[in-house]
Design a protein around this ligand. Sequence first.
Ligand SMILES: Nc1ncnc2c1ncn2[C@@H]1O[C@H](COP(=O)(O)OP(=O)(O)OP(=O)(O)O)[C@@H](O)[C@H]1O
Length: 482
Amino acid sequence: MVHLGPKKPQHRKGSMMDVPRDLIEEIKVLKSIFSVSPAKLRQITDHFRSELEKGLSVNGGNIPMIPTWVLDYPTGKESGSYLAIDLGGTNLRVVLVNLLGNRDFDTTQSKYSLPRKIRTATADELFDFIATSIQEFLHEQYPDGCKEEIPLGFTFSYPATQSAINTGLLQRWTKGYDIKNVENHDVVPMLQKALKQKNLPITVVALINDTTGTLVASHYTDPKAEMGLIFGTGCNGAYYELIKNVPKLQKDLPKDISPDSPIAINCEYGAFDNEHKVLPRTKYDIIIDEQSPRPGQQSFEKMISGYYLGELLRLVMLDLHQKGLLFENQSCDKLKIPFHLDTSFPAKIEEDPFENLSDVKDLILDELNIHANIAERKLIRTLAELIGTRASRLSICAVAAIYQKRGFTKTVHAAADGSVFNKYPDFQSRATQALADIFDWKMPKDQYPIVLVPAEDGSGAGAAIIAALTENRIEAGLSIGL
Ligand SMILES: Nc1ncnc2c1ncn2[C@@H]1O[C@H](COP(=O)(O)OP(=O)(O)OP(=O)(O)O)[C@@H](O)[C@H]1O
């Protein structure tokens, strides 16, 4: 009798039999430098946790741990119509949000692609681009003109110091932006001025970080959501801390804010380990850092976020080409262009379901004008897996550290958004495996105490809910900041 066992899954990576020895040796080296062991993950998590504490201390640290002045959990009963805009690293979104007051909302939105040159434009050009996009959106939504003043929640996903919910001094640009005369300035009046110049009936009531919006919007629909996470162009996380655990806030705190009040903290943990104490940086990470507009900053982000993963792959391929190991006798002009590849490139490479990596072949030809043989394609596939896996494993150390810092004993949901989380193949399962490695979880996967869940729309609904929470506080005569 013949027993037919379960069908063996097709080996995704394929055999390395047709890969020459020198490439196999190179793959071994790459595996060793891009792999992150459970012990290393634990070391990073421990350091991360102490850096979170340091960021909340009076003296501060690398991680800004910015108090957002969101001082309430949403109840789900918030209601009304709000505009929300989200200035991300890649797109500007304009959203009309109708909060229905029953843990539900509906939204209408448009996306405006940010011109690449806007990253180094002037402040006036940036805010004029935003105001023009909002004007266009309002014309579509209110063809007969908008009669009433609309409150707006401005999602500004860059580290900003907020002494109240409706102000925000940009600390420093991230995600490759470098616009003069915005750092150390309040961005709210800059936006309000650009809106006024176009006679738009809009008042900016709250300045919000997208990560905080993600936390609040997710908590609005899911009370277990205790963290909001972004894995997009950049990376970041937010969670609710207790006021009494934020030493840097104790001075000057208004009397109506009790020590047991919650406050959402925008960690801005992309800046983790700027001192390079624990992150396992490769020579490629060092090149990315040194060639960036801000060397020595956003060290964590540079190893894990969407803005850099395609570039990381490009740098390794270029290095191997220059060593004579890849794409011999091909000109590789496009491969030499910095940031020519975004993170969709390694993502698509990992998505190729075919043993002969025919999609990878087409992709490399289309994007780089290079003919890659099967051995080269296998190496590149392995490389994409290494870079993608490293990013997901390192990313999750932040979640593990927040979970430990808050001392959660219940199951919590970490609500995540961003193209890397949503689109990068296996990002979530790799991150979950890394959590199990860090905590040495032995229980079945569906009982893991930290569950990564897709977030609600933070920069749309989240911004609207925060604007509504702010209006409620103002109506109740409560402080909205220092
Ligand atoms: N298919 C894909 N898989 C993984 N990453 C991708 C994919 N497509 C695009 N990306 C990366 O996602 C990033 C954009 O992320 P997202 O769409 O979340 O935009 P964003 O809102 O501008 O980001 P952020 O919230 O960090 O400001 C880009 O850096 C890009 O390289």
